[in-house]
Design a binder for this molecule. Structure first.
Ligand code: NAD
Length: 260
């Protein structure tokens, strides 16, 4: 149980992040949600967490490209609930293009949202975790932290970076009862995956059905998408006492993708 603990989940207005937030709330944690979106939709998700799980939830509008706002997000959790015990660095975007046409501003955005934001969040949350002698840092990496696909230069670079950051932080915090791990999903059916279909159709000259069958599920031996709830359940296990000796790992949940 996570009663009395606080979890900050970046990029939790949608997809996998929302599943983490609701799963941790279901285990009793208070939640700081974060992410972009229509304010009324975000408020609906925030209040649903409170009514569905009888915990408290606040929203941080921090933009993951802005280091000062990321520090404010951790501060909001500490001020509102007294601590940030669990930090899930999950916000992420994707862009698919041949490298010679890859827009530099997309490269910069992916590196800052998918990689640097985790550095800034961890940097801000670690002092409190060390002081209290307990913490869980979970980074959403990807199968693309272990293998590459063409046309995803920025994303693959950021996710390999997250895997390295995870190991480094785990070693630094090993004697403080703070663990740091990353979870590497294969394809999960979320808006992020849905939105890259048109770009992939263009880059590979394929129809939507071909992209789903020959690009996405072709990578997954099980021929099934991973679900957000399965990813969140793994994260919840990492927060348990049974997972206290799991640190510095990169846990695949990818239907066998990276076994090939
Ligand atoms: P999603 O698009 O559903 O959610 C992304 C979240 O990040 C949203 O809440 C969005 O508002 C937020 N976000 C984007 N830019 C932001 C910014 N500048 N500041 C703050 N928040 C921002 O995507 P998802 O599939 O749930 O992805 C979540 C994470 O999982 C990402 O890191 C992604 O790389 C990773 N991942 C996804 C898959 C997949 O197949 N869906 C596979 C492996 C890894």
């Amino acid at each position: 149980t996570l009663t009395g603990k606080t979890a900050v989940v970046t990029g939790s207005t949608s997809g996998i992040g929302l599943a983490y937030a609701r799963t941790f709330a279901g285990a009793g944690a208070n939640i700081v949600i974060n992410g972009m979106g229509v304010p009324a939709d975000i408020e609906k998700e925030r209040s649903a967490i409170e009514t569905d799980f009888k915990v408290k939830a606040v929203y941080s509008p921090a933009d993951m490209t802005k280091p000062a706002e990321i520090a404010d997000m951790i501060g909001l959790g500490e001020k509102t609930f007294g601590s940030v015990d669990i930090l899930v660095n999950n916000a992420g975007i994707q862009f698919v293009s041949p490298i010679e046409e890859f827009p530099p501003e997309k490269w910069e955005a992916i590196i800052s949202i998918n990689l640097s934001s985790a550095f800034y969040g961890i940097r801000a949350a670690v002092p409190g975790m060390k002081k209290r002698g307990w913490g869980r840092i979970i980074n959403t990496a990807s199968a693309h932290s272990l293998v590459a696909s063409p046309f995803k230069s920025a994303y693959v670079s950021a996710k390999h970076g997250i895997a390295g950051l995870t190991k480094t932080v785990a070693l630094e915090l090993a004697t403080f009862k703070v663990t740091c791990n990353c979870i590497s999903p294969g394809y999960v059916w979320t808006p992020l995956v849905e939105h890259q279909i048109p770009e992939t159709m263009k880059a590979r000259n394929m129809t939507k059905e071909q992209v789903i069958r020959d690009v996405l599920l072709a990578a997954q031996p099980t021929k099934e998408f991973v679900t957000s709830e399965q990813v969140a359940a793994l994260a919840l296990f990492l927060c348990s006492d049974d997972a206290a000796q799991i640190t510095g790992t990169n846990l695949s949940i990818d239907g066998g993708w990276t076994a090939e």
